[in-house]
Write a protein that binds this ligand. Sequence first.
Ligand SMILES: Cc1ncc(C[n+]2csc(CCOP(=O)(O)OP(=O)(O)O)c2C)c(N)n1
Ligand SMILES: [Mg+2]
Length: 277
Amino acid sequence: MAELIAIASQIRRDIVRMVHGASSGHPGGSLGCTDFFTALYFKVMKHDPSFNMDATNEDVFFLSNGHISPVFYSTLARSGYFEKKELATFRKINSRLQGHPATHEHLPGIRIASGSLGQGMSVAIGAALAKKLNGESNIVFSLHGDGELDEGQIWEAIMFAAHHKVDNLISTIDWNGQQIDGPTEKVMSLGNIRQKFDAFGWTTLEMNGNDMDMVIGTLEKAKSLVGQGKPIAIMMHTVMGKGVDFMENDHNWHGVAPNDEQLAKALAQLPETLGDY
Ligand SMILES: Cc1ncc(C[n+]2csc(CCOP(=O)(O)OP(=O)(O)O)c2C)c(N)n1
Ligand SMILES: [Mg+2]
């Protein structure tokens, strides 16, 4: 557990350094979801950093809220998909690390373009059904923002997955209560998301997404529910900007880069554990 918490601290450092280096990007959701990514890639998922696009015989993850690419890129680099020094190219011209992930850059670990919200669950369902057709027992994971649930396509996908018993899919919702323009309650009230997934026929779980013990325990519990006829959803409570006190719970950090002074303040709160890129 201590090892995972140490990895998460380094990933948080990478996130603020990358966004600062590019003078643009999305630190808020990235920092909030760091513990989830760490648990998934360093503990829960069976995956191979030598990377095959088809993900044959391995678990697979799709990031639907593609704007939180900094946490995804850092996690991929830190788990061996590509060299960590490439993180320095984030959002630079001709970089493989574009602001929103895209497949034509051929960055190992990226299997779909995302950033246009609402599409990732449909993709994950397709991949999960393909695994069933191929007789594979591996699991498909996906992540979605709570603001992303404003997209109608998500609800079509939720309905479809229950109807077609896509029970090898674990979709997590980053329930941070914030989105680009303000708190989700103000922009468009989501109500009780868990009850909505329940009503649509999914098995649901809930966790504090910034408590590593709980993240691991809940993801393992979700894995144990695979194959029981229902898709699985995890309601993940996170703090936007987690780990950097002046960014926490503030939607203004959804997509803004820290200046030099703010970067220094942020890094002072995040121990360097694996060496900066
Ligand atoms: C189809 C589509 N509509 C609008 C946007 C603009 N947009 C980017 S991020 C965002 C808010 C997303 O909120 P959430 O998923 O909660 O992300 P968080 O702010 O928590 O990181 C919006 C509306 C988009 N990227 N795609
Ligand atoms: Mg949100």
